[in-house]
Write a protein that binds this ligand. Structure first.
Ligand code: MG
Length: 411
């Protein structure tokens, strides 16, 4: 491969929520601790735990009740998401001393391209060690950092040793370090994939790297080819640092109707179409779930009305549309004409909420619907909007060739 070898860091803050709680209240240091929605609520769910709590076998997502059975004098603190976000920002400021090429993977993980920083600050390991020290000394939380020549291996390296550690995977040692690891340690290898691979004797990352491409493509389609590329250390995905998802406060779409309409059925179809494009953009922007739905309605006299409501966090078109339509029915007089309609979502959680969804069954159901919507999105991506329309919009011919204007609202 031509060009300079890249130097990529993957940083992963250790027990992040619990660590922030301890940094804010040092009296908790050394005690087994969990972060939970409501510490007094025994049906509440463990959102995070520290090393000491781990020693009692306490797991994320189990109930506070069951955690207390394992460790009766467990410290319980409520979550403070704004503090986690603040710490996450401060940690990124430290990364920013060494590079501006920072991709935020989640609230506690970032990918950094420091290829051009090496000449100034020392090699990958040296820079990682500096960051590790500064994060601990200045903020009182710890980070595990992986150093490698691509993103996938840097992420793998960050898992090798924690907390408060740096691990390096190089072109010289990756076969010794990476190849013996079980295949599910690699990004994007989930349960089903793991099973398929295992039935062909592919158990380690090394097995995957050395399997014929044809076989993997036959087993897993295009993804098989990509996984093989990852396993062989040939990933060249760039660190996506220009993305400023933090600045994205809301995502909305609106449309002016070709004639004023008042039929609830028609309005419902438009709301679904708009919601679908909103959910699609939400997915693309990778901002996680939204907890607020807004609608704007312009009447025939060009007066605008807006309403909004909070909902359980979602990135699903179905949820957005249902809420938007309910808002409309609740507030807009029956029979009144509509000139323009808009649907907007806001209150993104940047993926941190996934740990706060308490009801496991609700979560499963959500994931099922998410998979269905993702499948629809993929087909759309390939064949365009008109190919696969949700049942509700199917009957409306006007939606073919629909031109919905997207607008990003930044604050
Ligand atoms: Mg972490």
């Amino acid at each position: 491969m031509a060009g300079q070898e890249r130097v990529i860091l993957h940083s992963d803050l250790n027990n992040f929520f619990a660590s922030v709680e301890i940094a804010l209240n040092p009296a908790l240091e050394g005690k087994p601790l969990i972060v939970c929605g409501d510490p007094k609520e025994r049906h509440g769910i463990v959102l995070a735990k520290n090393e000491e709590a781990k020693k009692y076998g306490i797991k994320t997502a189990e109930t506070v009740y069951s955690a207390l059975k394992k460790c009766p004098n467990l410290e319980r603190v409520p979550s403070h998401f704004s503090e986690y976000k603040r710490y996450s920002r401060m940690v990124k400021e430290i990364y920013g001393r060494y590079t501006e090429k920072i991709e935020e993977c989640s609230i506690d993980e970032c990918s950094l391209d420091i290829t051009e920083s090496v000449a100034l600050f020392g090699d990958g390991k040296e820079i990682a060690e500096k960051i590790r020290k500064e994060v601990r000394e200045e903020l009182g939380v710890t980070v595990s950092i992986g150093v490698s020549f691509n993103k996938v291996f840097a992420k793998l390296a960050s898992e090798l040793k924690k907390p408060d550690a740096v691990s390096v995977i190089t072109k010289d040692n990756y076969k010794q370090i990476v190849y013996p690891l079980p295949v599910n340690e690699m990004l994007f290898v989930g349960g089903a994939t793991e099973k398929t691979l295992a039935s062909y004797g592919i158990k380690t990352i090394g097995d995957l790297a050395e399997t014929e491409e044809e076989l993997l493509v036959r087993l897993l389609g295009k993804r098989g080819r990509q996984l093989r590329v990852f396993a062989r250390g040939e990933d060249n995905e760039p660190v996506k640092w220009q993305k400023t998802k933090e600045d994205l406060k809301s995502i909305g779409n609106s449309t002016t109707l070709s004639k004023d309409i008042s039929s609830r059925e028609e309005i419902k179809r438009w709301i679904y179409a708009l919601s679908e494009s909103v959910a699609g953009r939400q997915r693309e922007a990778d901002v996680g779930r939204a907890n607020t739905v807004h609608i704007v309605v312009r009447d025939e006299n060009l007066r605008d009305f807006t309403w909004q409501t909070k909902i359980p966090p979602t990135a699903l078109c179905g949820d957005i549309a249902k809420t938007a339509y309910a808002l409309f029915c609740q507030h807009y007089p029956l029979g009144a004409k509509v000139r323009m309609l808009g649907v907007t979502v806001s209150g993104f959680d940047y993926h941190i909420e996934q740990m706060t969804i308490g009801e496991v069954t609700g979560k499963k159901e959500y994931e099922k619907r998410e998979r269905a919507e993702n499948a629809v999105a993929k087909i759309r991506e390939k064949y365009g909007y008109a190919t696969l329309q949700r049942g509700i919009v199917l009957t409306d011919e006007k939606l073919n060739g629909l031109d919905i204007k997207g607008q990003k609202e930044e604050k």
